[in-house]
Structures are given as structure tokens and as C-alpha cells.
Write a protein that binds this ligand. Structure first.
Ligand code: BHK
Ligand code: ZN
Length: 461
């Protein structure tokens, strides 16, 4: 990388103070160090992304030194042990599973490695004889591709771009106001950092209490396709009410409660500081690490399996059940409406799975066969559009055992149709799903959600 190379690569260890979306910075170690660069925080917090403001003839490019994402499939206990050791030595950032304790024989492990550790990692992998592949050769290129829909603007809302928290909030207010015959907006709580948490109610206003389906998006901050889907769902429901027979029937007889962004602090943080943040942003007393996994914080076998009591873990279950204000807000809302809520849906990414309870135990739920058939039907109709293949089954055996999840909690509260969807993809882009895939992903997911909603409407209890 020299001054004559158009892709000027630099990493800066920390932003000057906080991390604004874009700011000018002096570049220290770079050959052209006297120049200003425009820096952004699109990447992982350990590597700021900078581009030169000059050199317009060649075109400046966002760039960071090559980070890679690896995948390996440990096929023996020895291999599992090796992966855990590697994680300790190279300080890798696990993408899948979410915690090192969940590394198991015969399930894929995806992890990000910073530039300085790549050589060491490859050496260790080669020596180990483990089979591995480089899933993402150049993470920076992937981060750029993620925002690949051209018509983007920093403040306007778009269904085919990822929208930041402010844009989503403005969109919520405007959409609900524009369709007040079918929608209303309710603030159900406040996050740790003071942001509002909203639920949009969608359905024909009958003056009576209707059975309902609850759906949340964005429990995990970095899973950006999830809030994008909730926005798409709201648009599509309103746009096709009156023409699509399923949507019309469902909205005539039931209400949808939609939380477009559950983890509002975490989501904001993925835009401003660290694209790969997963948890909430709460401070933990006695620890320098922040945040609780909001999908380990519910009263469902809390912290007994597949969760960590270490505040630095990505699957930290929190100091106590419902310690997180965001979880409290949603749990209180669901408890308040539990007589009416007939289905609970929660949207995540990535893996392409349709999961149902339990995840905190290997026990099968009483209506296992019904949920299994329903999941199979949902993923079949999803696949009919673009051929996207989903797997399905109880969480514990289909992904991994994990306690404290929202779907298990909702199920045990009495909501017998409870599903966790893991949307696209299977790891090629992982959490950095390109914007060009928002539309097809939302279209196919819409089919699955409509399938489930139609079934629930026909099987009210
Ligand atoms: C689903 C349901 C209950 C518990 C765990 C899961 C898997 C989910 C998680 O919380 O670890 C996977 C995930 O977010 C990655 O999207
Ligand atoms: Zn998730």
C-alpha cells in the first residue's frame, strides 16, 4: 500500500471522542500523513474506516486493512478444544455461535479476525489440520457492498436501504399518521439510554378487542435485516389490505402488534460506533463490559444453559431476570395483552431458520407436531419465491440450547404459536447482508409470516 495506490488503507485504533458518522481526521502512520481524511465508523470499533478527501481523479474509497471472516466445522472433541484455544490466543470475534461455550462438534463456527492476527490464525489452522474456509476474504469490501442500493440519502426513509434510528422513528410517526384508519402508535417504554420503544398496532378498528399477533424486530442490534423486515411488513400490510385476501382477512379479524426496533440503544450504537454490537448498552456494576444479551434475559430457564454470567460475554444473561428496561417494556406489554395475543414472532438473522420452543430444554412442547407442521409450511411457501432454503425445528436441537429466550418465555406464558425466524443469509455476508437483498428477503419472509398468520386466524383459541 503506497501513496500511488488508490485504495488507501489505514486503521485508527480509536475515534477522537465518541464516533460521529463522519469527521475529519489526521492520519498518523500513513505515507500521506499530512493530509486530512474523512473517517466514518461503519466498521468494527477496532478499525475506523477512512478515505482520502483528495485524489478525486482516481476516486477515493473507504478502506481498512484486510480483516477476514473464517468458517470451520469442528468434527471432533479435539477440534472443539482447538477452536476454543484459538479464540483465546487470537482474540477472534465470534459471529456464530454467539458464545465460545456454544462451540460444538459438527456445527459451523464463523469468526472475524483482525489484520494483525490473520497470519497467526492461518498458521495455527494449517498446523491443526482442521478444515476451514475463508468465508469473507475482505470484510471492508463486504461492508461497502452492504450499502449497495444506490438511491440512498442520509435522512430520507427507504424500504430498500437500511435506516438509522432517527429515520425509523420519523417514519413510524408519519406512516401511522397517514394510515390512522388502520394503525396506531404506542410508546411502551424507554430504553436504558432514554430512547422510546414503540409498538405499532395494525388492524381494522372494530371498537372491540381482537385476538392479536405480536412481532418484534431488532432484539439483536447488528441483525439489520430484522428491523428492515418489520418496516417492510407494515408497509406491505397497509398497501395490500383490501386486495390481498389473506392480509385482509387477518387484519379484519385480528390485530398485529409490531415493535420495529426492540433494542433501540444497541441499534443506534451499530450506526455510530460498532457495526457488530449485539447486546443492549446498559452499564454492569463491577464490570468494564457493557450490555446484556436481550435474548438471554427472559424468565425461561434463565441462565441455566447456553448463556453466560460473564458481563463481557456476547450471551450475558444479565444480573437478574428482566434486568433490561427494553425486555421489561416488551414483557409488560405482552403480559398485559396475554389473553389476546395468540402468536409471538421474533425476527433475527442470520442462518435461515424457523425455530420454535424449546431452546432452554430438549423437552418437546405439547403441540410439537402442530408447530413442526406449521414451520414446515411456512418455510415451504418462503422457498417458493426465490428458492431460499430454511431449516426448522425446536431451538435446542436446530441451532443450540440457549436459555432466557423470548420465544420460550412467550410460549410458557401461554402463547402456543411462538417462533424465532433467522433470516438471510447462511454466512456469505452474515450480518452485513447487502441492501440489494432487503427486497427479496422481505418478500419471501412476508410469505412465511402470512402463512403463520392465516393459520393462527383459522385456529384461534
Ligand atoms: C433462538 C431462540 C431462543 C434462544 C436462542 C435463539 C438463537 C438466537 C440467539 O439468541 O442466540 C440466534 C441469534 O440471535 C442469531 O441471530
Ligand atoms: Zn439474533
Amino acid at each position: 500500500m503506497g501513496a500511488d495506490h488508490p485504495h488507501v488503507c489505514l486503521t485508527v485504533s480509536a475515534p477522537p471522542r465518541g464516533c460521529q458518522a463522519e469527521y475529519k481526521a489526521k492520519i498518523g502512520s500513513h505515507p500521506s500523513s499530512d493530509r486530512n481524511a474523512t473517517c466514518a465508523c461503519l466498521a468494527h470499533s477496532t478499525a475506523l474506516v477512512c478515505k482520502q478527501t483528495e485524489d478525486s481523479r482516481r476516486g477515493s474509497r473507504w478502506s481498512i486493512v484486510g480483516e477476514k471472516v473464517f468458517r470451520l466445522k469442528p468434527t471432533s472433541d479435539r477440534a472443539v478444544w482447538f477452536v476454543k484455544r484459538l479464540a483465546a490466543i487470537a482474540k477472534v470475534d465470534l459471529w456464530r455461535p454467539d458464545s465460545i461455550d456454544q462451540v460444538a462438534v459438527n456445527s459451523d463456527v464463523d469468526f472475524r479476525v483482525g489484520a494483525q492476527d490473520i497470519k497467526k490464525t492461518i498458521d495455527l489452522l494449517e498446523k491443526s489440520g482442521l478444515e476451514y474456509e475463508v468465508l469473507i476474504e475482505d470484510l471492508q469490501a463486504m461492508i461497502e457492498q452492504q450499502l449497495d442500493n444506490k438511491e440512498r440519502s442520509s435522512t430520507l426513509h427507504s424500504y430498500v436501504n437500511y435506516n438509522d434510528m432517527d429515520t425509523i422513528n420519523t417514519w413510524m410517526t408519519n406512516t401511522v399518521a397517514r394510515h390512522s384508519n388502520l394503525m396506531s402508535l404506542q410508546k411502551i417504554g424507554t430504553s436504558y439510554e432514554g430512547r422510546p420503544i414503540h409498538v405499532i398496532k395494525i388492524g381494522k378498528k372494530t371498537g372491540q378487542t381482537k385476538p392479536a399477533i405480536f412481532m418484534d424486530c431488532g432484539i439483536h442490534a447488528r441483525e439489520w435485516i430484522s428491523p428492515a423486515f418489520c418496516q417492510w411488513f407494515v408497509k406491505e400490510a397497509v398497501a395490500t389490505y383490501g386486495s390481498d385476501p389473506t392480509i385482509t382477512k387477518v387484519l379484519d379479524t385480528m390485530d398485529f402488534f409490531v415493535v420495529p426496533v426492540f433494542n433501540v440503544d444497541g441499534y443506534s450504537y451499530t450506526w455510530s460506533n460498532n457495526r457488530m454490537w449485539r447486546k443492549t448498552r446498559s452499564k454492569i456494576s463491577g464490570s468494564n463490559c457493557r450490555g446484556v444479551d436481550p435474548n438471554r434475559n427472559w424468565d425461561a430457564g434463565w441462565c441455566t444453559i447456553g448463556a453466560s454470567s460473564n458481563p463481557c460475554s456476547e450471551t450475558y444473561c444479565g444480573p437478574r431476570i428482566e434486568s433490561e428496561k427494553e425486555v421489561q417494556a416488551v414483557a409488560n406489554f405482552i403480559r398485559l395483552h396475554k389473553e389476546n395475543i395468540k402468536a409471538y414472532l421474533t425476527m433475527h438473522s442470520y442462518s435461515q431458520m424457523c425455530l420454535f420452543p424449546y431452546s432452554y430444554t430438549y423437552d418437546l412442547v405439547p403441540n410439537h407436531n402442530e408447530l413442526n407442521n406449521l414451520a414446515r409450511g411456512a418455510i415451504r411457501t418462503l422457498a417458493s419465491l426465490y428458492g431460499t432454503q430454511f431449516t426448522y425445528g425446536p431451538g435446542a436441537t436446530t441451532i443450540y440450547p440457549a436459555a432466557g429466550g423470548s420465544d420460550d418465555w412467550a410460549y410458557d406464558l401461554g402463547i402456543k404459536y411462538s417462533f424465532t425466524f433467522e433470516l438471510r443469509d447462511t454466512g456469505r455476508h452474515g450480518f452485513l447482508l447487502p441492501e440489494s437483498q432487503i427486497k427479496p428477503t422481505c418478500e419471501e419472509t412476508m410469505l412465511a409470516i402470512k402463512y403463520v398468520a392465516n393459520y393462527v386466524a383459522n385456529n384461534l383459541y
